[in-house]
Design a protein around this ligand. Structure first.
Ligand code: ATP
Ligand code: MG
Length: 386
């Protein structure tokens, strides 16, 4: 699968010549290592491994999202990747991650992205151990502005969740950078198993979980869930059982335990109630959010929020991700890695160092295991992502 765009025909070029479009980034077909030094692992999503890299010409840092093309087995996923690249190419906004360059080889696609040194928002808050309702206002305002911009481009994000809200700098006061446009773009009610397995279910709007059609309002539901977790540290709709979680989301009755909400302004609860609305027509959109009293009225408190529950949430989220990685065929990869390096013992290694000891991320390991296993078996591993 190639992502290189076909050339526009002449009439299209003439028509577009008056619009101010962002210049598309170049797609290089040479090895990325010629231009960038690839460094530590920054994150692992469901589809990609993300590593820090630095540009050899000037030493500037970037993040590179490495996608193994063979893993995107079905047409839907391939189209979604194509769409992510198209969207990234259009996006030019201070609160959205910027695409710098693309490298494409036979097996891999490398998206060179603006590096967000602050990492994921929730991780930063927990590390800094200090976060206020006023700071939460800034986060919600910026994510809303980023969404309004994306929607104006005709793009629905569809995957608003804490992992996709990054920070430019290592400070909770840093501006946010929304990331991950597109790979979830073509998901609908028929992909329920997928939604659950990648931890996105808890942020999904009721209309996404049915076969109904949906529009950009789904992003504001998800923002409501993120805002809720940001303020009290737990999910508004959660049950150990997936079907029960879906029931809670569909019922859309937002629980407010006053023991936790006592110190938080009533305007915050009011805005959450207007975001977590079952009916997308009545649900607040960007204009109403940005003029809501919680955002504009200065009612949000300056006292530090109680972060105990958010920290517990973070560790739960971490375990959840580990669980997914296990499902993704960790055992298979370890076996492969040991076969390739019989002298290395993994005893006593943390899972992080296990992933890195071959100088490759887990994704490369799984891919390698897939390649080794041959068609049939390889598919079995890859299918656990779906
Ligand atoms: P998902 O599972 O949400 O579909 P994905 O596979 O599409 O994820 P991303 O969400 O783009 O991948 O990236 C995975 C993780 O890598 C992020 O959650 C974040 O921790 C880290 N990351 C991604 N982009 C950057 C960046 N530009 N700067 C710093 N860290 C990043
Ligand atoms: Mg992501």
């Amino acid at each position: 699968m190639g992502i290189t765009k076909s050339k526009p025909d002449e009439s299209e070029t003439a028509e577009n010549s008056t619009t101010e479009e962002k210049v598309e980034v170049p797609i290089f077909d040479r090895p990325i290592t010629r231009d960038y030094d690839i460094k530590k692992r920054l994150g692992q999503g469901n589809f990609a491994l993300v590593r820090l890299c630095s540009r050899k010409s000037d030493g500037e840092n970037f993040a590179v999202k490495i996608i193994h093309k063979k893993r995107l087995q079905n047409n839907k996923q391939q189209k979604a990747l194509q769409r992510e690249v198209e969207i990234l190419n259009k996006v030019d906004h201070p609160y959205c991650v910027h695409l710098e360059a693309i490298y494409e080889t036979t097996n891999h696609l490398y998206l060179v992205l603006e590096y967000c040194a602050g990492g994921e928002l929730f991780d930063m808050i927990c590390q800094q151990n200090h976060f206020t309702e006023q700071q939460a206002v800034q986060v919600v305002r910026q994510v809303t502005e980023a969404l309004a911009y994306l929607h104006s481009l005709g793009c629905v994000h569809r995957d608003i969740k804490p992992e996709n809200i990054l920070l430019e700098h290592r400070s909770p006061d840093s501006i946010v950078k929304l990331t991950d446009f597109g790979l979830a773009n073509h998901l609908d009610g028929s992909d329920l198993v997928f939604w659950t397995s990648c931890g996105t279910l808890y942020y999904a709007a009721p209309e996404v979980l049915s076969t109904d059609s949906y529009n950009e309002k789904i992003d504001f539901w998800s923002l409501g869930v993120v805002m809720y977790v940001l303020l009290v540290g737990y999910l508004p709709f959660y049950h150990d059982n997936r079907v029960k979680t879906i029931e809670l989301i569909r019922r859309a009755r937002v629980p407010f335990d006053m023991a936790d909400w006592r110190t938080i302004s009533s305007e915050a609860r009011d805005l959450i109630r207007k975001l977590l609305v079952f009916d997308p027509v009545r649900r607040y959109g960007s204009t109403k959010i940005l003029s809501h009293d919680w955002i504009t009225g200065g009612t949000a408190g300056a006292e530090p929020l109680n972060l105990q529950k958010l920290k517990e949430f973070e560790s739960w989220r971490g375990n959840f991700n580990d669980h997914i990685i296990t499902m993704m065929g960790l055992q298979r990869w370890k076996q492969y890695a040991l076969e390739q390096n019989p002298d290395v013992s993994m005893a006593g290694m943390t899972s992080e160092s296990e992933f890195d000891f071959l100088g490759m991320g887990i994704q490369d390991g799984i891919d390698a295991a897939n390649d080794e296993a041959g068609e049939g078996e390889g598919k079995a591993v890859a299918n656990t992502y779906e």
